[in-house]
Design a protein around this ligand. Structure first.
Ligand SMILES: [Zn+2]
Length: 395
């Protein structure tokens, strides 16, 4: 039996998603849950666009030579789903796809920094014992992104990412962010000189963004150092979500280049970055953080319209369509249950606003608006604009 505040139990109670043995580590998203996931995706898209990323989409299946070039064949094969006599693998990351796009153009130095983002559906064959609801999945959406730039642009790019990330977390309700700086591991590619430079660049960039990271010795990736961002939640747990990593290896292995002012082909540097990491896991964190009562902008349904009697059914429909026309996620409940029961059901489902309409409201073209213990009668037009404001996403 799961605890009431376990996100798997919340998912069942609120009819958001389910898991079953035949697809371990993968989510069956129900309409209400998928609505919420899409709202989160839309916010992450806007955030990436505002940061200058161009969204791309790359194949789910890639042949072995690509994974050999990326190093995943050597370092990550146990965690990949292989197909067709192992010649094909389902992607666990989107980096190679973005490198292949870059390889097909020779951008000018004027085009740099070049930023590609992807809401990549990735698969990782995690051992079944480690799977844990949305927290650890085999299939999830990674808010991936890569920046290709010149060495002189690294500091600015990393500083810009840090600032924008802290703003994103604040908007999502996480004000405390812990940052660690993961330096060179024992097993690594590249010379010490290159690592000295890469680590210095990342540290300077963090300082420029007024971030003081905790040092995590030897915790870097084999291809470069990274900054990792963790969010402490209400229950005292820490979730590593964001990351930015300087890559010294892949641009070389994929032979990507840009053309400088004198027409010479030069190697760009590469940054890998993610903001939430896994969108599914982030939803799991937020569901537990709010005990299933998601903030209005993220809630699957933002408002339910309840007619008191059958006579107000048409007016309730009208209210609902006006709310929907204004972009709000409005639903109705004209069941034969008592009003008190329908209000209680809306509460159980975590719907933040309830609009009750009776004869008086119908005559006055108003609604009786209930929200966290308060209740007042508001003209319909005013209610629509008030709710639009109150349910708007934070970014
Ligand atoms: Zn990457």
């Amino acid at each position: 039996m799961l605890a009431a505040n376990d996100h798997r139990e919340i998912g069942r109670r609120l009819d958001l998603f389910h898991f079953q043995e035949e697809a371990a580590g993968m989510v069956f998203w129900h309409p209400r849950g998928y609505r919420t996931l899409r709202v989160l995706e839309a916010l992450i898209r806007r955030h990436a666009e505002a940061d200058g990323f161009a969204e791309v989409r790359t194949p789910q299946l890639l042949r072995q030579p690509i994974w050999e070039a990326s190093g995943h064949w050597q370092h990550f094969r146990e965690n990949m789903f292989l197909m067709a006599d192992d010649a094909l693998a389902v992607k666990p990351v989107s980096c190679p796809g973005h490198l292949e796009i870059l390889r097909r153009r020779a951008p000018s130095y004027r085009d740099l920094p070049l930023r590609y983002s992807e809401l990549g559906l990735v698969h990782r064959n995690e051992p079944s014992g480690t799977l844990h609801g949305l927290f650890r999945l085999r299939q999830f959406t990674q808010d991936d992104g890569h920046v290709f730039c010149e060495a002189a642009q690294i500091e600015g790019e990393v500083a810009r990412f840090c600032q924008s990330l802290v703003k994103l977390y604040g908007a999502l309700g996480f004000d405390a962010v812990e940052v660690s700086f993961a330096s060179r591991p024992d097993e690594r590619a590249g010379t010490d000189e290159v690592w000295d430079r890469a680590e210095r660049l990342l540290q300077q960039a963090a300082a420029r963004a007024a971030i003081v990271p905790v040092h995590a010795p030897k915790a870097g990736a084999f291809y470069g150092p990274k900054l990792e961002f963790s969010l402490p939640d209400r229950l005292g747990r820490r979730w590593q979500c964001g990351t930015i990593q300087l890559d010294l290896v892949l641009p070389e292995r994929f032979d990507v280049a840009y053309v400088d002012a004198s027409g010479e082909r030069l190697r760009p540097l590469m940054l890998h970055r993610a903001t939430l990491g896994s969108l599914e896991r982030f939803l799991g964190i937020v569901l537990e953080q709010h005990e299933g009562r998601l903030p209005a902008w993220l809630a699957p349904d933002q408002i339910v319209v309840l007619p008191i009697e059958a006579d107000q059914h048409d007016y309730a429909q009208q209210v609902q369509s006006e709310l929907r026309a204004a972009g709000l996620r409005a639903v109705g409940d004209s069941s034969r249950e008592t009003l008190a029961r329908r209000v209680a059901l809306a509460h159980e489902y975590g719907i933040p606003y309830v609009a009750v309409v009776g004869r008086r409201e119908q005559e006055a073209r108003s609604v009786s608006l209930r929200h966290s213990e308060t209740q007042r009668v508001v003209a319909l037009d005013a209610a629509v604009s008030e709710l639009r404001h109150a349910c708007a996403p934070p970014l």
